[in-house]
Structures are given as structure tokens and as C-alpha cells.
Design a protein around this ligand. Structure first.
Ligand code: ADP
Ligand code: ADP
Ligand code: ZN
Ligand code: ZN
Length: 879
């Protein structure tokens, strides 16, 4: 297309011209990137794609925007550093759709992120069917997040929490003394409650189930708080005697029922650990007043197409769209005598529409006979709103997200799903003339959904925008208008633009690693398939969209679980399998901290579920989840601290003669300890500047200039380098520098093998991508001694990986399986699936249309299964 553009002025205007880009590893890059085109930035991980697309082009657009807004912001931007680039011409405003690194902090839902909920509220407010006598409601009355809309019983939570006998007494064969009431507080406090029961004359040595029902209920649920003398350690008989003889008690104790203890602690404790502990003894049920719909009764009395707004929000979007279609086509069936309220509603509509969106006009051309008398105005309003809703829902369906419901909370979505939600929202926003910069939009997407993604990107372009994507997906590269290939390798050995032009032209660029995979068939490594030692089974799993599913995973093999987005892969693997195995091993989930967060926000939990673990459970002694969650939430954790190699490095520094003379211990060389770190920034290396109305900005620390340490600490050198300089090294440089130090070298070597040689040792956890974090976890695991009895679970480990990096990752995963471990990956990358020993293909569709195993077997077998959406793509890869 670019070829067809006329020379001269138009051509001048048609390109973003970058000159002298030097951000991160970029090597004084000059490149012209076409506007109004779909451009893919390709290259191995760490080559500098993001540094160019996000760090330079997007950052500069953002800087110009901020500069135009306020001189105050300008000063802050200067402190935070402007992108290192000589000039960029022809740069329109830019919008970034980056994948969230880490968990999103705000609690929102699919409906709120996409603004569909606010449209839906208007629809109900304006044209809903009101029961007789019900006054008309404002749009806010339909929002559970406003005081006027929330269900008064559950305060808009949708669920109520309680503790029951079953939840507090898991084993009723135990006596109270043996700990029947698991929900009781631990240690002294629990013994106190038991002693009080003894003082009250109750039998604490009978099995729980043998106690009278009335007593059991009283112990668990009473609101009474009797105060009695306590004789700790006395038998029931001794206690009776002591009371009779009016012996002086050790103290007076107050009884609290187990439920009151649990609910009170959950509601008031400051300790995350306590909160997590008591939450285990609580059950949540849908609020009886609103049935989990979170709204007050008046709001739920209003219906549209026979459903209240809560019901519509709980449906998969695909189905909600079907319900709205008749109204969108002008076929509104309604019997509301709305005439009297219409003028009021019209002005409200105007106001609400202004609030919700830019206020586009829709031309409704009704040519439909009405089934029942509805005022013309109302029908047109309904048509307009429903039409708008439908168009936006359709976009979500096209992007493969039709299985989500509007009330689904965003923390339960994967980063890829969230990005596609935002993409869909942009498609409805009617912006034009901007550059959209996206980060691997294909993440989490089955190859059969990639068409729709491409169509969505084309639509953004067609409405007059430029679409720049950082992407590894080869099919998307082939279909792009333009390719900017960065490389040839990562870090220092990358940072050049190897090619910029229409995709076909890359074929001539010898040094590009992308070229090999895009144009040459890189053969799959030959390998003997492993045969399973035994099987680890899941039985009757009912959870999310799985209905009594049985599944079997071969022990000692590499298994790939495939299927379209929403088919139930994560539910099966990172939920059911992981949790059942953790339960079986008696361990908490591997990621304790994250789990605590989830438990404290019960809305993030996916309700009740069931399932059993069976088969050769004895073969698994250890469980490791290698996920994409950050390795730390603050810049205080980094690659070196996480892998543990920094401990060895600090010992080396403490052992130098200069350090010994000053009595510096290894702690002195930690930037997390007061002794050795810079006091201004407390070892952070930078200070944060709070901005009004904007995210805070980080600026280098004025005292240590980012080195994190105080001057005395930096006087100590090991082989000529300070501790700060070591943190500034890449893994690759460090491999040479520590060549004689096996304790440091071993973890470094693994990091390099896995393709992370370009990362700096001190690179803060917050700067790492999800894929990088995942590979660091994997590397940390690989340097451990192996026993062959571990189950490894990985969710889409190839996210963020170039095709050539995928092969390196596979080498490591195969190594784990060679050592006898069981590896289960959820994966879309057919190159990985083809190299697995076993494939479980979920589907056939998403949500309610999925949740079944469509095919399972060796890759060659699954490739032949008719009705499997994965089959054809796998067959293509195996050719
Ligand atoms: P890609 O997008 O191709 O994976 P990046 O642009 O993210 O690569 O990274 C290119 C190089 O810049 C890498 O060596 C990486 O370690 C480095 N880098 C990335 N982000 C930062 C940062 N915030 N500060 C310093 N170096 C960085
Ligand atoms: P996949 O991993 O194949 O993309 P998931 O297992 O994430 O699929 O989802 C399967 C189904 O379960 C989908 O309909 C999805 O919307 C639903 N689901 C997944 N997680 C949750 C959750 N936390 N709460 C409610 N529904 C969920
Ligand atoms: Zn309620
Ligand atoms: Zn400092």
C-alpha cells in the first residue's frame, strides 16, 4: 500500500519519522513508520521492540500531550526523563493498550470497563417496563455501586457471608478437646474457650456429633456471652469440685460463639493472616434479598424484554446481545403506558448520555410494525440505545469474548482478555487520527480467534487510525501492512532496526531471526515421545463451565491443554488441578500472598465447586506453579534478589579485605537494610513525585543518582566493581564477571540458557513483563536439585516470546520432564503443542458451549480429530 502512495507532500505526512532513538538498548535508530497502517514491531524478546514502540513513539506522544496541558507537568516530565530521541516528526496523539503488569488494583467489572453497564442502565431507566405504581428511576438507581442503587441488605455486594456448622466443624467425629471446632482461634485463646465450656459443665470429651443439637447450636451460634470462673488445665471433675468449694479461679473468662468470633475477626482484624485464616470457616451465599444481583428491589422490578438488569448482566454477552436484538431492530414489545413520564425522561436521557459517552447520534430508521402499543418516542429511544449496546457487544463477541458476562469482575480475567476488552471499547469510541500502540494482543487467543482480532485491528485502521502492535504471532505479521523488525539479538546485541517495510521484503534480511520463522520452515526438534508412568486423574470436576468433567494427566510427561479462549483450560488446570493437588499435599497454594488477596476480596472467588483427585497421586510430592504474576510488587525486589544469587554476591563483597577491615557484613550490601543504603531514597534509587489527577512519576534520587547505596558502601569494590555496578550488569556480562564463582554462576547460567541474558541483575520486578517474570521463576526452579516428583503447572508460558525463544523454553520444559517430573501447560502456540507428549483439547466453544474434552491423545492423534478447533492448526504445525 505504501508503495502506491504518491511522492511529495502526502508521503511526507504519511510517516512517523523517528531520528536518533536511544532509549534503553536502541542504537541511535532512524526509522520511518507509516501512518494509517497496521504495523507490527517484531524481534526476539529483549531486542528493543517495546523500547521503540512504547518507550519512544508512545512516550514522546504522551510527553507532548502533557506538555500542552500544564507547565507544572512539564517540569515533572523533565525530572522523570524524556525519551532519548533526537526528533520525531509526523507524530499524532497516541493511545496505549498495554497489558496490565500484575493484578489490576481497581475493582471493576466487564460492564464498567467497556461502559456497557452505563448504557444498559440508561436503557432500563428510560425504556424499561415499570410495574404499575413504580416511579421512574434514574440511571444511577440501577448501579449497585451507588448508595441509591445498592441492595440494602448486602450493600451491593451480592453475597452474604456466614459461618455454618459444616464450615466451622469439618470433622464431627472429633471431640471439642481434640479440636472439633476448627474455627476456634489457635493457641491460648482456643484453650480458653474450651476451659470456659468445662466451667459451664459441658462435655468436651464426647465426639461432636454425639452432643445434643441444642448445645451444638449454642456453642456455635449463640449471642450470649456468659462470664465464668476458669481453672485452666483442670479436668471437668476437678473444675466441678473447685467451683463447689469456691476455689479462687485463675481468671474470669468470657465466652463467645464460634460464629461471632469468625465474623467479628473477619470484619475487624488488621492482620491479613488472621483474616485469611477465619475466611476459611466462612461460606458465602447469594444475598437472599437480591439473589446476588446487588440491586435494590425497586430497580429489580424494572424489566426489559422480560428480564431485570441483574439477570441480563449475568448472562454471557453473546446471549444478552440476542435478547437486545429485536429492540435494536425496532421491534420493541412493551405495554408500558409511558406517556406521562416521557418528557422527564427525555431531559434525563440527554444528561446521562453526556455523562456516559461523547454523544454520537444514531439514525434510527424504523420500518417495523409494533406488536403492542408503545409510544413512538419510547420505541425510538429504545432502538437507539439497544442498537448502540448491540454494536458494542458484537465487537466483544467478534474478539472472542462473548462468553463473558457484564458482571464478571476484572480481577478474574486474564491480562489478554482485559486488553481485548479495552480494544473493543476503543473500537466503539470513534476516535480517529491517533496511533494505537498495543502489546501482544494475540496473548491468550486460540489461533482460530486470530482472524477476529485482525479484523478488529483493521477496523481501528479503517476509521482513520494507525495501529502499531508489538507482536510475536507469525500469522499477524504476515497480514500486517508493514513490519519493523528489531534485532538481531537481545539487549546490547539488539537495538537496531533490521528492516522496515512490507512483510515480504524481510525475506531478504539475512541476520533477522524473525525471517527464519516467517519464511523458512524451522523443523521441529526430533524427539522420542515419552510414555506415561501412570496417570494423575481428576474426577467429576464441577466448576465455572466444567460440569462433572473427568480428566487424566500422564505422570512424567509434558501435557499441553488447548482450546479457544473461555473453553475452560484455566479452570481445569490452574484452578481444579492446582487446588486439588495442593489440598492433597496439605500445602497452601504456591502463591500464598496472592491467594490471601483473593480471599479478602470474596468477589474474586468463583463460588462453590467440587471435584476429586484420583489415580497415582503418590507420584506427586511437590507442586510448583510457574505463572506470570510479578516476582514482586515493588522495585525493591529484582532479578538478583528473587533468584537468591544476590546473597552470594553480597557475601563476596563482605569477604573483601577492605570490607573486613571496616567490619561490613553481607547486610551492609543490601539496599533494603539501613546500614549501607542511600538514606534519601531508602535504597529505592529514585523518588516518587505525586501528581494531581495523574499517576505519580518516578525521578532518579538526587543524592545517589540511582545507585541506591551510600558513598561509604560504594567505596568497597570486588574485582574492581562496586555493588551498584554489579546490579547494573546484564546477566550475560555477569556470567563473564563471576566465571570463577560457582554459587553465583549457576543461577546466572540458567537465566542465560532460558533466554534472559539481556536482563540487568538489578532490573526491578516492576519493570519486568509477565513473560519475563514467568521465565525467571522457571529459571529459579531449574537451578534447584531435582527429584522427579514435582508437578509443574504453567499458563501460556510463550506469552511475550519470539518463535526462536519458544524453542529455548521448550528445551527447559523437556528437561524437567526428562527428570521424571510432570509438566502441564495451557498453551495456544502450536509449536509447543506439537512437541508435547500428550494433548487435552477443551471445547468445543467458550463458556457454556465449552467445558468438555473434545479430543485427547498424542499430538498426531489430536490433529486428526474432527470437530476439534485445535486439530487443523496442530496438523499444519506437524506437517
Ligand atoms: P522487547 O520489547 O523487544 O522484548 P524491550 O524494549 O522491552 O524489548 O527491551 C530492550 C532492552 O532494554 C532489554 O535489554 C531490556 O532489558 C532493556 N530495558 C527494558 N526496559 C528497561 C528499563 N525500564 N530500564 C532499563 N532498561 C530497560
Ligand atoms: P480458558 O482458560 O480456556 O480461557 P477459563 O477456564 O478461564 O477458560 O473460563 C471458562 C469459563 O469459566 C468461561 O465461561 C469463563 O467466563 C468462566 N470463568 C472463569 N473464571 C471465572 C471466575 N473467576 N468467575 C466466574 N466465571 C469464571
Ligand atoms: Zn442483596
Ligand atoms: Zn538515593
Amino acid at each position: 500500500e505504501a508503495d502506491r502512495e504518491p511522492a511529495g507532500e502526502v508521503r511526507e505526512r504519511g510517516f512517523v519519522r523517528v531520528r536518533g532513538a536511544r532509549e534503553h538498548n536502541l542504537k541511535d535508530v532512524d526509522v520511518d513508520v507509516p501512518r494509517d497502517a497496521l504495523v507490527v514491531f517484531s524481534g526476539v524478546s529483549g531486542s528493543g521492540k517495546s523500547s521503540l514502540a512504547f518507550g519512544t513513539i508512545y512516550a514522546e506522544a504522551q510527553r507532548r500531550y502533557l506538555e500542552s496541558v500544564s507547565p507544572y507537568a512539564r517540569r515533572l516530565i523533565d525530572q522523570a526523563g524524556v525519551p532519548a530521541v533526537d526528533s520525531i516528526d509526523g507524530l499524532p496523539p497516541a493511545v496505549a493498550l498495554q497489558q496490565q503488569r500484575g493484578t489490576p488494583s481497581t475493582r471493576s467489572s466487564v460492564g464498567s470497563v467497556t461502559t456497557l453497564s452505563s448504557l444498559l442502565r440508561m436503557l432500563y431507566s428510560r425504556v424499561g417496563h415499570y410495574p404499575p405504581g413504580q416511579a421512574m428511576l434514574y440511571a444511577e438507581d440501577f448501579s449497585p455501586n451507588t448508595p441509591q442503587g445498592a441492595c440494602p441488605q448486602c450493600h451491593g455486594q451480592g453475597r452474604v457471608y456466614d459461618a455454618t456448622e459444616a464450615s466451622m466443624v469439618p470433622d464431627d467425629a472429633l471431640t471439642i478437646r481434640e479440636g472439633a471446632i476448627a474455627a476456634w482461634p489457635p493457641a491460648w485463646h482456643g484453650q480458653n474457650l474450651r476451659d470456659i465450656l468445662v466451667s459451664l459443665g459441658h462435655d468436651v470429651d464426647k465426639p461432636w456429633h454425639a452432643l445434643p443439637r441444642k448445645l451444638r447450636d449454642w456453642i456455635l451460634f449463640t449471642d450470649e456471652t456468659p462470664r465464668v470462673p476458669v481453672y485452666p488445665g483442670f479436668t471437668p471433675k476437678e473444675t466441678r469440685d473447685a467451683k463447689r468449694s469456691r476455689m479462687e479461679p485463675a481468671y474470669m473468662g468470657t465466652f463467645t460463639s464460634a460464629r461471632n468470633y469468625v465474623l467479628h475477626t473477619f470484619g475487624t482484624t488488621q492482620s491479613a493472616l488472621m483474616k485469611k485464616r477465619v475466611s476459611r470457616y466462612m461460606v458465602s451465599t447469594a444475598c437472599p434479598a437480591c439473589q446476588g444481583k446487588r440491586l435494590k428491589p425497586e430497580a429489580l422490578s424494572v424489566t426489559f424484554a422480560g428480564r431485570d438488569i441483574g439477570e441480563l448482566s449475568q448472562l454471557p454477552i453473546e446471549e444478552a446481545a440476542r435478547i437486545l436484538r429485536p429492540a435494536a431492530e425496532g421491534r420493541l414489545e412493551d405495554v408500558t403506558p409511558a406517556g406521562s413520564t416521557l418528557s422527564r425522561s427525555a431531559s434525563r436521557e440527554a444528561r446521562d448520555r453526556r455523562v456516559a459517552r461523547g454523544g454520537a447520534s444514531h439514525d434510527a430508521a424504523p420500518d417495523v410494525r409494533l406488536t403492542s402499543p408503545v409510544s413512538e418516542e419510547k420505541r425510538i429511544a429504545a432502538q437507539r440505545l439497544a442498537h448502540d449496546l448491540l454494536a458494542r457487544m458484537q465487537t466483544l463477541v467478534e474478539l472472542g469474548l462473548g462468553y463473558l458476562s457484564l458482571d464478571r469482575s476484572t480481577p478474574t480475567l486474564s491480562p489478554g482478555e482485559l486488553q481485548r476488552l479495552r480494544l473493543a471499547t476503543q473500537l466503539g469510541s470513534q476516535l480517529f487520527g491517533v496511533i494505537y500502540v498495543l502489546d501482544e494482543p494475540s496473548a491468550g487467543l486460540h489461533p482460530s480467534d486470530a482472524e477476529a482480532l485482525l479484523a478488529a485491528l483493521q477496523r481501528l485502521k479503517a476509521s482513520g487510525n494507525s495501529v502499531y502492535v508489538v507482536e510475536h504471532d507469525l500469522s499477524l505479521m504476515r497480514r500486517a501492512d508493514w513490519l519493523v523488525d528489531v534485532g538481531p539479538a537481545a539487549g546490547e546485541r539488539g537495538g537496531r532496526v533490521l528492516y522496515s517495510g512490507p512483510p515480504a521484503g524481510l525475506a531478504a534480511v539475512e541476520e533477522s531471526q524473525t525471517r527464519r520463522h516467517l519464511f523458512d520452515e524451522v523443523p521441529l526438534p526430533r524427539r522420542e515421545p515419552r510414555s506415561p508412568r501412570s496417570w494423575l486423574k481428576l474426577e467429576a470436576v464441577t466448576r465455572n463451565n466444567l460440569q462433572g468433567l473427568d480428566a487424566a494427566f500422564p505422570v512424567g510427561c509434558l501435557t499441553a491443554v488447548t482450546g479457544v479462549s473461555g473453553s475452560g483450560k484455566s479452570t481445569l488446570v490452574t484452578r481444579a488441578l492446582l487446588e486439588l493437588v495442593a489440598q492433597h499435599l496439605g500445602s497452601d497454594l504456591p502463591d500464598g500472598e496472592e491467594e490471601a488477596d483473593e480471599l479478602m476480596d470474596p468477589s474474586a472467588r468463583d463460588g462453590t465447586w467440587s471435584g476429586r483427585l484420583a489415580g497415582d497421586t503418590g507420584a506427586i510430592r511437590r507442586l510448583v506453579q510457574v505463572d506470570q504474576k510479578p516476582i514482586g510488587r515493588t522495585p525493591r525486589s529484582n532479578l538478583a534478589t528473587y533468584t537468591g544469587l544476590f546473597d552470594s554476591v553480597r557475601k563476596l563483597f563482605a569477604a573483601t579485605p577492605a570490607a573486613r577491615k571496616r567490619r561490613y557484613d553481607p547486610g551492609r550490601f543490601s539496599f533494603n537494610v539501613a546500614k549501607g543504603r542511600c538514606e534519601t531514597c531508602e535504597g529505592e534509587g529514585f523518588v516518587s513525585v505525586e501528581l494531581l489527577f495523574m499517576p505519580s512519576v518516578y525521578a532518579p534520587c538526587p543524592t545517589c543518582h540511582g545507585s541506591r547505596y551510600n558513598a561509604q558502601t560504594l567505596e568497597i569494590r570486588w574485582n574492581g566493581k562496586t555493588i551498584a555496578e554489579v546490579l547494573g550488569m546484564t546477566v550475560e556480562e555477569a556470567v563473564d564477571f563471576f566465571a570463577e564463582e560457582p554459587a553465583v554462576l549457576r543461577p546466572l547460567q540458567v537465566l542465560q540458557d532460558i533466554g534472559l541474558g539481556y536482563l540487568r541483575l538489578g532490573q526491578p520486578a516492576t519493570e519486568l513483563s509477565g513473560g519475563e517474570a514467568q521465565r525467571i521463576k522457571l529459571a529459579t526452579e531449574l537451578q534447584r536439585t531435582h527429584r522427579g516428583d514435582t508437578l509443574y503447572v504453567l499458563d501460556e508460558p510463550t506469552t511475550g516470546l519470539h518463535a526462536s525463544d519458544v524453542d529455548r523454553l521448550m528445551v527447559q520444559l523437556q528437561r524437567l520432564a526428562d527428570e521424571g517430573n510432570t509438566v502441564v501447560v495451557v498453551e495456544h502456540e502450536m509449536r509447543v503443542v506439537a512437541q508435547s507428549d500428550w494433548v487435552i483439547d477443551m471445547g468445543p466453544g467458550a463458556g457454556e458451549q465449552g467445558g468438555k474434552i473434545v479430543a485427547q491423545g498424542m499430538p498426531e492423534e489430536v490433529a486428526k480429530v474432527k470437530g476439534s478447533r485445535t486439530g487443523p492448526y496442530l496438523a499444519e504445525e506437524l506437517k
